[in-house]
Every structure is written in C-alpha cells, then in structure tokens.
Design a protein around this ligand. Structure first.
Ligand code: DX5
Ligand code: ZN
Length: 220
C-alpha cells in the first residue's frame, strides 16, 4: 500500500480553515484527520459534527475521523461520511466495539480501531474482520504537541506482526501523535503506512505546507 499522509486538522489555522484545506489540497495530502473529543474520554473538546460535515462539503480529500469519545455508536449517524472515508473508534471507549464497527461498515464507511499506548496489541485480535485500519496511538490522546511514548516503535512492530500472523496484510497501521519526520521514518520502517501529521511536521509557523509534506514523504 502507498504510504499516506493524514493532516491533523485540529492543528490547522482554525480561524481560516478553508484556506488551510486549500493549502492541504495543494500539498497533495491524502487524508484529513479530524479529531473528535468529548471532554470525557479525553480531557479536551475539539471539532464537532457540524464542522466535519462542513469540511466534507468543500473538499474531495477523504476524511479520517478519529473518535476520542465515549459510546461512539451514538454519533455515527451525525456525520455524512462515505465509502472513501475512515471512521475510527477507540477500543477503550466502547464495551460493544464489535457491534459499533459492524454498524459503521454497514453504512459503507471504512473502519479503524485505535489503541491507547497502554492498551495491548492483542486487543486487535478478535476484531480484524471488522477493521480496515489499525490506529496505533503514539501519544496519549487528547492534545497536539505531545511527545511520542517510549514503546511506540515496538508497538507498531508487534501490531504488524500480529496482523500478518492473522493473514491481514491488507490492514494498514496508522500512527498518530508527534509524527515528526524522524519519528515517521522510524515508524515507517516498523510497518506504519498512514501518518497523522500535526504540529511536529506539517503545521509549522512560516513553513510551506507543500514543502513540509514533500520532505516528510521523502523520509518514508
Ligand atoms: C491527539 C490527536 C492527534 C494530534 C496530533 O489526540 O489524535 O491527531 O492532533 O498532533 P501532533 O502531531 O502535534 O502530536
Ligand atoms: Zn488523532
């Protein structure tokens, strides 16, 4: 699979969001990573569903929605997502994750399952029939600008090993949190294929987004 860049929109210029999205289009970004937070599952609140639907209206870049909310099933129908989009839930946020993932799939939307740093890789094991992407959090979710956790590389290696052992070479690993070019290169070698780019690589003051995206791709 081609390595994909997923721009973390919560790190963009939120007061000029359409302008940022046009720059991301020009930069050749593959996905728009939209972080949804409920202030309970994580101690922060970011993009809401009206914002997501408004973004969906103005761009053809597929969406990569990252649900950091309790009981994500409650919110699936509030977004106008399509077959080109990903909707990713956290394992830890849903006692009926299998049912929720199946519901997302029934709507024709691609699914993702995210694990927090301390959640063991084996939690993917029983759900590989229901996921199109494995999101390995490389920071504890909730905030941009954090530092990658020490076990991130090992966790990506173990996730790739598990998925391959289960015959699921088709499920890509996405990494999210402090994905700098150096961390991206390291995690790409470990098996990551989708990279969430935020304050560590793409949204950097006075740096051209297209140049930053191209130089990130060059290290993968
Ligand atoms: C954090 C979010 C990430 C974050 C990435 O919970 O899931 O998408 O915005 O930002 P950086 O790249 O600054 O860590
Ligand atoms: Zn995210």
């Amino acid at each position: 699979m081609k390595k994909l860049l997923s721009a973390s929109v919560m790190c963009a210029d939120l007061l000029h969001l359409e302008k940022s999205i046009r720059e991301l289009e020009r930069a050749g970004i593959d996905l728009l990573h939209l972080d949804v937070m409920d202030g309970c599952y994580v101690p922060n609140i970011t993009l809401g569903f009206d914002m997501i639907n408004a973004i969906k209206e103005i761009t053809d870049i597929p969406l990569d929605v990252h649900m950091m909310v309790n009981e994500p099933a409650k919110f699936i129908d509030m977004m106008n997502l399509g077959k080109e989009d990903y909707l990713c839930i956290h394992y830890e946020s849903d006692i009926h994750a299998q049912r929720t993932l199946a519901k997302i799939r029934d709507k024709g939307i691609k699914t993702g399952l995210a694990l927090n740093p301390q959640t063991p890789v084996c939690c993917y094991e029983n759900l590989t029939d229901y996921i199109d992407m494995a999101l390995v959090m490389t920071v504890s979710p909730g905030f941009a600008g954090q530092k990658i956790f020490s076990g991130a590389k090992e966790k990506v290696l173990k996730t790739r090993e598990l998925l391959d052992k289960l015959g699921r070479h088709d499920i890509p690993i996405e990494v999210d949190g402090n994905i700098s070019p150096a961390n991206g290169a390291m995690l790409s070698k470990a098996g990551a294929e989708i990279f969430v780019l935020g304050t560590s690589s793409l949204f950097i003051k006075d740096k051209d987004m297209k140049e930053s995206a191209e130089s990130f791709r060059a290290v993968l």
